[in-house]
Design a protein. Structure first.
Length: 285
């Protein structure tokens, strides 16, 4: 498919990439996932990537509905297994752009092992996690990223578990591109997605997203506008943070590109082994 000029506005972007007949979405009013999905598609569009050479993989949950609204080849996987499906696709067809879109429960609980091993292998998948710190689709239970002391439907007196810092987990496991953005900082998020889509290797993007229906309500954070302001006030760009001491930084989360490095990509290395094996087999024939 020939590259198109970037969409001039959101209406054109919707017509180009979204299944209009399936809109409006089922996401609750004030949910950030739709905004984040639009930022991803804006990045995809700016790069002029070919949807016919792209596969989307979704799991189960609110974030798992993203693919249902996109005019792409989409695999709807089982809960927690998005990266397992994505790994199989990338090894089978390494020339494809493979994108796994997940939620915090989907990726970090039942899917946690898949996450760390995909990062360790440095397989060329773009992994996007919408982190709203709750299981939004099933009633507001606490997830692996729910903060200690935060309330949830399954923790009415406060969560006693410490949360994962997903970016630190992926970086420690060997992810070569690790970034965090927020729905409030949507322009920066779009740029992060552009860089992730161009990265050769495992590219992980955590999107801090608001869930006013469950997380916000249980924790008395107000509606979507208040939760967006919280994202603004409790984050800091990694470049600005580098100039501050720990006391000045306080409890603000780092946003921006946290890791960006190169090392051999898994699918390419795997194909080298296949070629060697085929050559040896031919020589013995």
């Amino acid at each position: 498919m020939a590259a198109l000029a970037p969409a001039a506005n959101m209406a054109e972007l919707l017509q180009r990439y979204f299944l209009i007949e399936r809109l409006p979405t089922l996401w609750c009013p004030g949910c950030g996932i739709g905004t984040g999905a639009a930022a991803f598609m804006r990045a995809f569009d700016r790069l002029g990537l070919d949807r016919d050479k792209t596969v989307m993989v979704n799991g189960i949950g609110c974030s798992g509905r993203v693919g249902a609204y996109l005019d792409f080849d989409v695999i709807k996987g089982t809960h927690g297994r998005s990266l397992a499906f994505a790994t199989g696709i990338k090894v089978w067809r390494p020339e494809l752009k493979v994108v796994a879109i997940m939620g915090d429960g989907d990726s970090a609980a039942i899917g946690g092992n898949h996450l760390i091993h995909a990062a360790r292998r440095n397989i060329g998948i773009v992994a996007v996690v919408f982190n709203n710190r709750t299981y939004g689709m099933t009633g507001g239970q606490y997830s692996p990223t729910t903060g200690a002391g935060d309330a949830a439907s399954t923790a009415p007196f406060g969560n006693i578990e410490q949360p994962f810092d997903l970016c630190k987990v992926v970086a420690a496991a060997g992810g070569t591109f690790v970034a965090r953005g927020t729905i409030y900082h949507v322009r920066q998020l779009t740029t992060i997605f552009e860089h992730a889509l161009q990265h050769k290797g495992f590219a992980f993007v955590e999107v801090i997203s608001q869930c006013p229906m469950y997380y916000g309500r249980y924790n008395k954070q107000g509606g979507a506008a208040e939760m967006l302001r919280w994202q603004r006030d409790h984050t800091i760009n990694v470049k600005a943070a580098a100039k501050l001491g720990a006391q000045e930084l306080g409890d603000r989360m780092l946003i921006g590109e946290l890791v960006n490095e190169q090392r051999p990509e898994y699918a390419e290395e795997y194909m080298k082994i296949v070629t060697q094996a085929q050559a040896r087999q031919g020589g013995q024939g």
